[in-house]
Write a protein that binds this ligand. Structure first.
Ligand SMILES: C[S@@+](CC[C@H](N)C(=O)[O-])C[C@H]1O[C@@H](n2cnc3c(N)ncnc32)[C@H](O)[C@@H]1O
Length: 226
């Protein structure tokens, strides 16, 4: 299945809003760390419902925000969730970003980067379009150290790249980005049932669920264009 087929289905069944609700627990902390200044142009890669652009317009007075997604249905839904003329949504692939060199102040991506068919190329594309000093805030829940995420690839028909923390940093540097920060952002909001309720449909033990959300959380790697 292609990115388009897979995620068009997700968008049609309302999973775009479901992801927004879940991912917001940690995405909002990653967004708050972005050094966006009033008027800056921001791109959200794999935007889903487009919540990141909406949030950056509301909270940091970003100028123009773009959401790019490989699924036309995701991009269409995202456009329908706002009437802000400064928010634009486009269909495109991480392999070839439809932006000029040095044209974007900051790039954000939540739970999408690892679907890139060639993540090294995607990083080169990001480095190309970022203005000097611009940042890429890359947030992922699917990564090597998060052992609880490893099985996710069995439930989706798209190739997923599972790097560890060090591989993220090395790949950013290979693409010409400085690594300014790498951190784990815990999800402190998801409610974790009492011990007596385990096993649940999703979790064998309470310890595993605590580790997944409160300890591992979301891996954030921040690159800066020289
Ligand atoms: C798991 S969703 C995350 C959506 C949103 N960022 C969020 O946090 O809810 C991943 C999104 O990335 C998009 N995507 C995956 N691979 C892509 C690619 N190669 N090019 C463009 N978009 C892609 C999908 O269509 C999907 O909307």
């Amino acid at each position: 299945m292609s990115v388009r087929e897979e995620f068009d289905e997700w968008a049609a069944s309302g999973r775009d809003r479901g992801m927004e609700e879940r991912h917001w627990h940690t995405a909002k902390h990653a967004l708050a760390r972005m050094p966006v200044e009033p008027g800056d142009v921001v791109l959200d890669l794999g935007c889903g419902s487009g919540y990141a652009g909406r949030a950056l317009r509301d909270t940091q007075d970003a100028g123009r925000v773009y959401g790019l997604d490989g699924s036309p249905e995701m991009a269409r839904n995202a456009a329908g969730y706002t009437n802000d003329p400064q928010a634009g949504f486009l269909v495109g692939d991480f392999d070839a970003l439809p932006f000029a060199d040095d044209s974007i102040d900051h790039v954000f991506s939540m739970e999408a980067f690892y679907y890139a068919s060639d993540p090294h190329r995607t990083l080169e594309e990001i480095a190309r379009i970022l203005r000097p000093g611009g940042t890429f805030h890359c947030a992922v829940n699917y990564y090597e150290e998060n052992v609880h995420s490893h099985e996710w690839k069995e439930f989706i028909s798209i190739e997923m790249t599972r790097w560890d923390r060090q591989q993220y940093r090395a790949a950013f540097r290979d693409a010409g980005l400085h690594v300014a920060e790498q951190d784990s952002i815990p999800d402190r909001e998801i409610s974790i049932p009492a011990e007596s309720e385990f096993p649940t449909d999703d979790w064998e033990t309470r310890e595993a669920m605590v580790e997944r959300y409160r300890e591992f959380g979301t891996l954030l790697t921040v690159g800066v264009a020289p």
